[in-house]
Design a protein around this ligand. Structure first.
Ligand SMILES: [Zn+2]
Length: 371
């Protein structure tokens, strides 16, 4: 059987480094050197699990290549890219708030962005139905003219812009990382061709974006939907956000291709999130998004890996998502699955219900804009 799900991977994605850090801070006294929260390990273990259980050989390898300046400039300011190119030669540099990097990281960011573009090209050609990209540096916090939150360039936004440049006129992006999808929101703020949706922990990161009142401006008024959920939300709140806001929004907008910056930091036990999802919940989200892509987009679906910092649990969450979009059962049982499915806190609480209801009100505006 020919593989219909692409897998974008390159060993050097794991060689990106933030420098001498511990957690979020440079390792200078009193911070003992350790490692940055965003380490290769949580991602490398995903690849290792895919290899060990035999899943990788059922996926179509997508070889990344560096994105060109013109491809990056579809979403990023030339002056910002020039700054990254200059700083790429320095031992240590910063692209913006919480976005440290070291020599050569911009080369890897170009490679990641080019990998996403290659996957989109193959999906649009009908060579693949969908694809999963496991790359570093990650991208979803990067805005047009500044990096943020471990991100240099916005891989998923660059992929969506490539789809538009290739002839599509309407695409959607659903960001399910626990942190707000501020990058795509800012980049496509006035663009009615791109529906941007983000479900995230309320006022977490970035601390000043992601409010339900941010709906886009100008021609893009109505095509940005934020669903900020209270810390501590479980499957009940996420399921309501999915069934009552995200899927109806996609049904109204009818995108020709669906993009999903997928983070697993809404997982229970993640050091950088305060939600309690498990691999089965992420599987359910991926299954619903795949079905929406089948209804409206000819199945065209591109997933970019974003956050997920628990090295032990994240591999099983990513496995669930790739199983869902590929339709391939790996035979692996998530050892954490039952614990996370049965832990208390999955029933939707009143303040979580209020958050979903507030987001749902914006559907009328979207329907008016999209209609
Ligand atoms: Zn995140």
């Amino acid at each position: 059987m020919t593989a219909r799900t692409g897998f974008v991977w390159h060993e050097t994605f794991m060689w990106h480094s933030q420098g001498k850090f511990s957690g979020l801070f440079p390792a200078i006294f009193p911070v003992q050197p350790g490692h940055h929260y965003e380490t290769p390990e949580s991602k490398r273990r995903i690849k290792n699990l895919f290899d060990a259980c035999g899943l990788t050989r059922h996926l179509a390898p997508v070889d990344p290549r560096p994105a060109s300046d013109a491809e990056l400039e579809r979403v990023h300011a030339p002056a910002y890219l020039a700054q990254l190119a200059r700083d790429n030669e320095l031992p240590e540099a910063s692209a913006g708030f919480d976005a440290p990097f070291t020599r050569g990281s911009f080369d890897l960011a170009r490679l990641a962005a080019g990998g996403a573009i290659e996957a989109v090209t193959r999906i649009l050609a009908g060579d693949l139905d969908n694809a999963y990209m496991l790359a570093r540096p990650v991208g979803h916090h990067a805005e047009s003219a500044i990096g943020k939150g471990f991100c240099l360039v916005n891989n998923c936004a660059i992929a969506a812009a490539h789809a538009l440049a290739s002839g599509l006129d309407r695409v959607a992006m659903v960001d399910v990382d626990v942190h707000h999808g501020n990058g795509a929101e800012e980049i496509f703020w006035r663009d009615p061709r791109v529906l941007t949706i983000s479900v995230h922990q309320d006022r977490w990161f970035p601390p000043d974006t992601g409010d339900v009142s941010a709906v886009g401006e100008g021609a893009g008024h109505g095509t940005n939907l934020n669903i900020p959920l209270p810390a501590g939300s479980g499957w009940g709140a996420y399921r309501a956000a999915l069934d009552e806001v995200i899927i109806p929004a996609l049904d109204a907008f009818k995108p020709q291709m669906l993009f999903v910056p997928f983070g697993f930091d809404a997982g229970a036990q993640d050091p950088l999130g305060r939600m309690i999802l498990g691999s089965n919940h992420f599987r359910h989200i991926a299954t619903a998004l795949k079905a929406a892509a089948a209804r409206h987009s000819g199945g065209r679906l591109m997933v970019t890996h974003e956050g997920g910092y628990n090295e032990a649990t994240t591999p099983f969450m990513a496995l669930a998502v790739v199983e869902a979009i590929s339709g391939i059962a790996s035979g692996v049982t998530d050892p954490y699955g039952e614990i996370m499915d049965t832990m208390p806190g999955h029933d939707i609480l009143a303040h979580q219900r209020e958050a979903v209801d507030a987001a749902r009100l914006n559907l009328e505006l979207l329907r008016a804009t999209a209609g």
